[in-house]
Each structure stands twice: as C-alpha cells, then as structure tokens.
Design a protein around this ligand. Structure first.
Ligand code: MLT
Length: 255
C-alpha cells in the first residue's frame, strides 16, 4: 500500500488487528524483514511495516535523510492511517528513527521497542567513513557495501543469505541518503531519561555491529525499560530469533 507524506510516496504493509504496532526496518533493508515476526503478532496487534524513505518500494529522493526527517515521515504515516498512539519498534537504523520519533512526538507512543540499536552518535572517523561511502554509492553502486556488511549482520548462514537478498535490492540514492542521515544523528543518550514510555530493549548477544555496552547504556538511562539479550543472536533478531522477539514484544506491550 502507498500513501503520500511530505511530498513522497511511502510504501507499507499491514497485517492483523488490535493495538497498532509499527515495525521499522534497519539499513539498508526494507519492511519484508519483519514478516516472520509480524505473523506471530497479527492476532494481537495491527502490525504496520513501512519502507522508510529511500528503501524498499518507497520513493528515494536525493538528499540527506536525517533521523528526524524519517521520523517526520512516520508521523505522516500515523496521521494518514489514523493512528493516535502506537507501539513503535525499530531495529538498528530503525531504532535511531524510533528514538528520534520518541523524542519529538512522545504523546503518539504507547510503547517503544529498541532492537539491536543504540542512542550514541557516530565517532568522527565513522562519520567521515559514512560520507565517503555515500559518495561511492552514487558512482560505484551498492555491491561492495553488501559484501562487507553481510558477514556482520547475522550469525547463521541462512539469516545472512536472506539479509543479503534484501540488501541487494537497495537503491543507491536511498542508501546514500540514509548514510548521510545516520552520520548526522545526534547522541540521544541524555534524552533517554526524559522518555517516560514503556520500553523494550532487545539485543543480540553476538551482535558485532552494536556493542552490548551501548545496549546497557540505553537500559541504564531509560526510566521504564525492560532489557532482553538473546544469546547467540547477531544484528538481525527478527530473522535469527523471530519467535523470541515476538514473545518479548507480546510480553511487554500486549494489553
Ligand atoms: C543498521 O543495521 O541499520 C546499520 O548498520 C546501523 C549503523 O550502521 O549504524
């Protein structure tokens, strides 16, 4: 399904009925990575899985996709779908966007899920690397990014294969926009203490992209957070441990 928000077409998939739950994918992925989890939640929640600007079947305009801009797109989605309040859960970059949304529009959230993500900003060298990579996207395409990222994303060969297939479909202009936006994201650690929203933090115990230290920092600052670390799971809990992730979301947010 497509809607127009902020001058672009945003694609989303919806399944189930009940309390709204919006699941936000990471970089450089799309909404399809949530399907294994969504199938386990649709009896309880109205599950909405958007493709962020620049990803999946959403438009990919030129520019820097700040996390605030991506959050504003989600606000447009909430309004277009008549969602007054939802549980918002995002993985990795989807978590950065969810945190930006929670800081800007806390009154629209009944819960916040932060999955394999962090509140910290990039170190200067990482920021510079992202800008260099963004330029490379537009000249050389995404092939080398897919090759370097795939081994880091998941532990099992099957989850890596699925992740790779999804990443290969990414649009260079969208990938560049997201890289520049992630490079610019602020450190939100200090804002966490002001977020009085029921939160769930899920981390893969074997995630090599987000250090566990970052996870524990978020748990220490958020006033109402439940933390779950999934042993042996990498950066993609929705593929690597969909049953455990769905169970954690149900336990924390089902009314
Ligand atoms: C993601 O998985 O969304 C990204 O790898 C996060 C990042 O690069 O910081």
């Amino acid at each position: 399904m497509k809607i127009t928000v902020n001058g672009i077409q945003l694609n989303y998939e919806e399944t189930g009925s009940g309390q709204p739950l919006v699941l936000v994918h990471g970089f450089p992925l799309n909404h399809t990575i949530w399907r294994k989890v969504a199938g386990r939640l649709s009896a309880t929640f109205r599950v909405i899985m958007p493709d962020l600007r620049g990803h999946g079947a959403s438009d990919a305009p030129e520019g820097t996709y700040t996390m605030d801009l991506l959050a504003l797109d989600l606000l447009g989605l909430f309004d277009a779908l008549n969602i007054k309040k939802a549980v918002l859960a995002g993985q990795s970059m989807g978590g950065y966007v969810s945190l930006a949304f929670a800081c800007a529009y806390p009154e629209r959230l009944s819960g916040l899920g932060l999955i394999a993500t962090q509140a910290a900003a990039d170190a200067p060298e990482r920021r510079a690397g992202r800008h260099a990579q963004a330029n490379e996207m537009l000249t050389k395409g995404i092939a080398s990014l897919v090759e370097t990222m795939t081994p880091k994303m998941a532990v099992s060969a099957t989850s890596r294969r699925i992740t790779r297939q999804v990443m290969k479909k990414a649009i260079p202009m969208g990938v560049a926009g997201a890289l520049k936006g992630m490079a610019e994201r602020p450190d939100r650690t200090e804002s966490l203490s002001g977020l009085h929203i029921p939160a769930l933090i899920v981390a893969g115990g074997a995630d090599v992209i987000i250090p566990l230290e970052r996870t524990h920092e978020m748990a220490a600052h958020l006033p109402d957070a439940v933390l779950q670390v999934l042993p042996g799971v990498g950066h993609m809990p929705m593929l690597e441990a969909p049953a455990a992730l769905a169970k954690a979301l149900l336990a924390r947010f089902a009314k």
